[in-house]
Design a protein around this ligand. Structure first.
Ligand code: AMP
Length: 213
């Protein structure tokens, strides 16, 4: 099963992608996580992406497309994957479709998690993330049991550089201009399902899993 999770930054794609990938036993491919891993390792790709990410801008299509195609041609992607954060532009979506159809494959479902802008700003500006397992917390709505420490793996919690208010506004604007047009793109292809992202994590999860099954 090949799934694309669409939705603005802060919609909960990472959290939900993790559950879907565990339920379906397919890999979770998060473009933002792959870029941050590259930055932590100091690779050329990571350094090149840093400036765009800090400003809340998209990394150029050719770089991202190459990175994702490498990842999904790995043997562990044979059973399928959940794409989280990719595609984010029409160019990325059409190159993904072209690469898949050349191998007689296609995206099975596109799940669009909808959340209002005002809710996104609240979520992102109070967000803390585990450095090790990427689990997100929120400083008022979803606090860890011990301050600064992940409940699940004891990893250190940190705030992303692009969760500052300037970068958050930019990311939401970039989403509306460059990523939201993908909703129409996938609607025309008939495999888009809309999910209400302003429910509890558990209820969003139920809706997503119901749609997939
Ligand atoms: P995310 O972790 O998905 O919120 O992504 C963090 C940042 O990584 C984005 O604001 C972009 O700068 C970059 N990025 C992640 N995925 C993509 C993509 N598909 N296309 C372009 N830039 C991306």
């Amino acid at each position: 099963m090949r799934i694309v999770l669409l939705g603005p930054p802060g919609a909960g794609k990472g959290t939900q992608a993790k559950t879907i990938s565990e339920t379906l036993a397919v890999i979770h491919v998060a473009s933002g996580d792959l870029l941050r891993e590259n930055q932590n390792k100091g690779t050329e790709l990571g350094e090149m992406a840093r400036g765009y990410m800090q400003k809340g801008l998209l990394v150029p299509d050719d770089v991202i497309i190459g990175m994702i195609q490498d990842r999904i041609s790995n043997p562990d992607a044979t059973n399928g994957y959940v794409l989280d954060g990719f595609p984010r532009t029409l160019e990325q979506a059409s190159s993904l479709d072209a690469a898949l159809s050349s191998q007689n494959q296609h995206i099975d479902k596109v799940l669009n998690i909808k959340v209002s802008d005002s809710e996104l700003i609240v979520r992102l500006s109070g967000r803390w993330i585990c450095r090790d397992c990427q689990r997100p917390y929120h400083e008022t709505n979803s606090k860890p049991k011990k301050q600064g420490m992940c409940d699940e793996c004891n990893g250190e919690l940190y705030q992303r550089e692009d969760d500052t208010s300037d970068a958050v506004s930019k990311r939401i604007q970039v989403y509306s201009n460059q990523t939201a047009p993908l909703i129409e793109y996938y609607k025309e292809r008939g495999n888009l399902v809309e999910i209400n992202g302003e429910q509890s994590i558990e209820d969003v999860r139920k809706d997503l899993l119901e749609t997939i099954s």
